[in-house]
Design a binder for this molecule. Sequence first.
Ligand SMILES: Cc1cc2nc3c(=O)[nH]c(=O)nc-3n(C[C@H](O)[C@H](O)[C@H](O)COP(=O)(O)OP(=O)(O)OC[C@H]3O[C@@H](n4cnc5c(N)ncnc54)[C@H](O)[C@@H]3O)c2cc1C
Length: 477
Amino acid sequence: MSNFSLNKSEMKPKYDVIVLGAGIAGLICGTFIAKQGKKVLIIEQHSIPGGYCTSFKRKGFIFDSAVHHIGGCGKWSVVGRCLKELDININFQQLDPMDSIHFPSFSIDIPAEIDDYVDLLKERFPSEKEQLALFFKEFTRLYRATFSTEKHKMLLKYQDLTFKEMLDNFFTDEQLKMTLSAQWGYIGSPPHEVSAIGMCQMLVNYLKDGAYFPVGGTQNFADAITQKFIDYGGQIMLSSSVDGMLTDGNIIKGVTTKKGEEIQAEIFVSNIDPKQTFFSLLDKNIVDDSYIRKIENMKESVSFFLLYLGLDNKIDLKGLKRGFYHTSNDLTFSDNDWFYISVPTEVDPSLAPDNKQIISVVVSSRENYDDIDDWVAYKDKMKKHTINYLENFVPEIQDHIEVIDAATPKTLYRYTLNSKGAAYGWAVTVDQTWSNRLSHTTPFKNLFLTGHWTNPGPGICAVVSSGWRVANMILNN
Ligand SMILES: Cc1cc2nc3c(=O)[nH]c(=O)nc-3n(C[C@H](O)[C@H](O)[C@H](O)COP(=O)(O)OP(=O)(O)OC[C@H]3O[C@@H](n4cnc5c(N)ncnc54)[C@H](O)[C@@H]3O)c2cc1C
């Protein structure tokens, strides 16, 4: 792993821009600005850059901490275009099939090409054939509209609708609706809560622009951006936590760090949880009242339990498909636990030594973060629960485990400081999406927000777009 962190003697007396947090949004934003010759400093509390897009190594196995794949990395899609603009080369492997979905009563493999998926659905649900054509046409138009910064009529049409309401307007077949909703775990709220726009952004992005895995692990994605940021003259301070912001009226003058540094800049970009930015780094009493109330009333997205298994080279995992495994056929998904299971070594064998294999599982967690007192007991319980579930597909799994590790919502919090280990920033509900999410500008003239707590929303593709937008706002000012 490269050592990116700056030598303290190289620190400048004042920067053009300071970015708080080296999540993917902060890295992309900083790199675009550094490319224009501005003096940019990124400050990150963790010892490695990437936020949720990081990897860790145990006994030769490389595990991705959170992110499993990235949407829109083709040449003409958002991430692809962004990397091209920044002259960053990353070796991606496109996932084909894109995913698979499993319910107790049926399963479907989702092809990598959207047209093939629509054809498959038409075959499977012939009575909805015409409606399927209309739905995907509308869904794709809505997706395109999400790239406009204006109040596009498609956005206005769907702004107040949940994904369930959108589906109900098109279809009567309940199994088809379940199929189209089955990947809601990627955005964190079930179909009757998730915003139609948010679900559209996530789903069409994967279906139309593909799902990709950065060869060598997701850390390679974050590292490649960080390296380019440094090549453009940017500086990054790792293992440095920002613990305060210095203000003069509605202008931010500088930041302080836990190590006691005081660093000044003209402009600040926060890639971190707004609750931390406005309630902890700033004195809440000096921030506009209505803005504070808005943040206080917003709800975090779900968090997850994650299990990472390093397995020997004798286990046969061929039958274990990557995708969502739902535990009931309940259409409302209210009784549905789900597991997202993947075998990353099938996509990239270099992640494990000697032809060994990795299983990675993301598990929906029903428990309220604040109600969990004993995180060790919670971790233990969830480990057993997840291995028991895996035994349905790989009965002898226990005999093949060489490395076992796990992360709880508390772990996700510890490594990113996202409140309650929120996987996706604010929940992507109707009242917290698009114009209802926090905008990039803030009550402070020279403070901008980027990342999954702001627009366009969560997921790597969306935060790349967010970082890019904020860089343009700053550079075009
Ligand atoms: C389990 C899980 C699986 C996921 N899977 C996928 C997936 O497969 N594909 C996908 O596209 N998305 C996935 N997501 C969502 C995606 O990871 C996030 O939406 C995205 O990474 C958020 O990026 P960000 O730049 O907004 O911020 P973050 O990744 O949250 O980064 C914020 C950074 O700020 C730093 N920071 C915080 N406070 C301070 C401070 N005071 N001082 C200095 N630094 C600070 C943190 O350490 C962190 O590095 C997943 C999320 C989770 C949790």
